[in-house]
Design a binder for this molecule. Structure first.
Ligand SMILES: Cc1ncc(COP(=O)(O)O)c(C=O)c1O
Length: 322
């Protein structure tokens, strides 16, 4: 029997070594917080998404997979994970990407043999909500809600605890909720008093709105360069898990995310994309100064940022969407 996270099982044979160990202290701050980084940007595809994708394919019965292979809807990181794992198994892999997905991510998917179809953002969001795309052949692998994807993400939590048993707080970016659900269920199983916070940007923060309302809801939504996070609404199937595992959502601004990308590059020589750096923005914001205590781990969930956007952030400018 394979080990389990929240009763879901994980097998990550290809991923092998733990590349993103919790490393160094980020900064000396004026308050007694110690900030550690879990560097998922160092994974072979540049983000944590390789864990869930590999686990989902490893646990699929190959005889039950469609002869048309697998497909998913992703802004780019889960797509790379799935394409990477499908390539290892010589399974065809198709990707539905929103029209404005970052070029770096789309090119990487193609290099890994994934076949990309760009669709309007609203149609793409419908696939995320409905778990299918009319007319598309193949087995659909959901980038967030599948148990095996969540369990794969949970291995991040197991590694955090292994590397830093004194951890008090973990901060994860919130997109659909698969990352934080996996991480929180793993760390809380090992150390129940760990606090797990989500972070969202103020241009797309449905989790904060849902916490405020006490039920899943949508939010005023503006697309931004922080493409890995923030949907129009909470995925209703994730709410029962998230509301029991996550303390709260710390909302940060696009300027704070921009500043954190710059800070990570300058002080730690870490290249993070918006969603990855948002956790550092959350740890450093005023709200956290009052709320958080002890050893904080920020999950730097990915580093796949277009070069022109990276340059703008290093100049302190919030990258614009075309
Ligand atoms: C870099 C990065 N961080 C965080 C997330 C959010 O993960 P989840 O959708 O599982 O909440 C994503 C999702 O695509 C991502 O690409």
């Amino acid at each position: 029997m394979s080990p389990s996270v929240l009763g879901f099982h994980y097998l990550l044979p290809e991923q092998g070594e733990n590349l993103g160990q919790v490393t160094g202290k980020l900064l000396r701050t004026l308050y007694p917080l110690k900030i550690y980084l879990k560097l998922e940007n160092l994974q072979p595809i540049g983000s944590f998404k390789i864990r869930g994708a590999c686990n989902a394919l490893a646990r699929h019965d190959p005889s039950k997979l469609s002869s048309d292979g697998v497909y998913t809807a992703s802004a780019g990181n889960f797509a790379q994970g799935l394409a990477w794992s499908a390539q290892q198994r010589t399974i065809p892999c198709k990707i539905l990407a929103p029209e404005d997905a970052p070029i770096t991510k789309l090119e990487a998917i193609q290099r890994l043999g994934g076949h990309v179809t760009k669709i309007p953002y609203d149609d793409w969001w419908n696939v995320i909500m409905k778990h299918e795309y009319p007319g598309m052949k193949g087995s659909f692998i959901h980038p967030v809600c599948e148990e095996d994807v969540i369990a794969g993400n949970g291995t991040i939590g197991l590694e955090i605890y292994e590397d830093l048993p004194d951890v008090d707080v973990v901060i994860c970016p919130y997109g659909g909720g698969g990352l934080i659900t996996g991480v929180a269920s793993a760390v809380k199983a090992l150390k129940p008093d760990i606090k797990v916070y989500a972070t969202e940007v103020d241009t797309a923060c449905p989790l904060r709105s849902s916490f405020d309302l006490g039920k899943p809801t949508s939010c005023n939504f503006i697309r931004s360069f922080v493409d890995g996070m923030g949907g129009k609404s909470i995925l209703p199937e994730m709410w029962p898990l998230v509301k029991n595992l996550v303390e709260d959502s710390i909302v940060v601004t696009l300027q704070e995310v921009t500043n954190s990308i710059k800070l990570l590059a300058e002080r730690n020589h870490v290249i993070a994309e918006g969603a990855g750096a948002a956790t550092v923005a959350a740890a450093l914001c005023e709200e956290s100064e009052r709320k958080l205590h002890g050893n904080i781990v920020c999950v730097i969930s990915g580093g796949n940022i277009d070069t022109d956007k990276l340059i703008q952030t290093l100049e302190g400018v919030i990258p614009k969407m075309e």
